[in-house]
Design a binder for this molecule. Sequence first.
Ligand code: PLP
Length: 417
Amino acid sequence: MPPRIAGRNFLFVPGPTNVPDRVQRAMMVAMEDHRSSRFPELSRSVLNDLKKVFKTNTGQVFIFPSSGTGGWEAAFTNTLSPGDKLLASRFGQFSHLWIDMAQRLGYDVEVVETEWGEGVPLERYEQILRADKGHRIKGVLACHNETATGVTSDIAGVRRALDAASHPALLYVDAVSSLGSIDFRMEEWGVDLAISGSQKGLMLPAGLGILGTSRKALEAIAGAKSRRCYFDLGDMIQANASGYFPYTPALPMLYGLRESLNIIFEEGLETIFFRHHYLAEGVRAAVHEGWKLKLCAREPKWYSDTVSAILVPEGINAAHVIDVAFRRYNLALGAGLSKVAGKLFRIGHLGDLNELMLMGALAGAEMAMLDVGVKVTPGSGVAAASDYWRSHDPVPRQKVSREEQFYASHSTGSIHG
Ligand code: PLP
């Protein structure tokens, strides 16, 4: 057995994220009957409140016991038929896996290969959509936050591209590592299917696939011939109508979700987005001004507020940095995946965290880099982050928005009380 390392493990992968103590406690419940007359109070409250996080009034949100990947599958199979054409861009491991799933499910994907470090190519999307006069493209895919490269794409821009081409395709958005951390506006941006999971901005363990659907997406179900069973939204819609699930729900996760939603509404969504940006800017200051390193994201417009993918200098294997950080300093950093394996390490900065927690990650990453021979100046990352955080407001200057006041006063609150 390796020697025990005292103290908490510093979990700085971009999901799963830290689960707040309140959420952990809320999940420690005795099992109960999910067909009881009381159960719908819980299910209805979380399903309704999730709509506020997705920012949809007219859409419907579904919860599957799965993960984000299950949400992808539910989105495709409920709205498409085999052979349907999709437009997608590949610029990281998650946009790649999503395309891979679409192909394995039998859809015909037009893939726009894009540099890893950039995001959805809006102009190219618009050209392709304009050229598709016969509207063969049934769905457009956009990965809002590519977790593998730390790149955020402009989803409102994808909607503009669709509208400019007067194209009726459904808009599918992977919001797995953006929902609840980076501004996401399902209804305003005309997103038809928004996929997320529990283990990122929602601050829960992995275990739930969460799917937001527009009216248009729900209407597409009737004509969708893809085979589906466990992920059939028809069954889910029927059961959810009375507050139940078509199978045994993951009860402790739902109690945890109730508490995480309470926490989100207490802080306020806009304040949460602001905090994520503020924390991310401190990390970026550490990378650029402190360590003099580069991010994988090529330009500021692509910078992600939930994860920074940091390129190590030539000749250094980023996997060694990650291994030393883990074994020696009890710090979990995210690995470089696939094409960028060994070239970068990632610091996840999403969920329930603050400056001092991130200082631990920056200090640990810096020590691990020094240990494996990266020539960074000791203390430089922490100093740059500290300079940034000390000179910027951690919360928005003006108080809570009207929207948040509305959500706070309409939050369904705790199921127990
Ligand atoms: N999409 C993105 C952007 C992700 O970051 C992840 C996981 O990290 C997934 C999809 C897959 O989600 P899951 O691992 O919850 O199935």
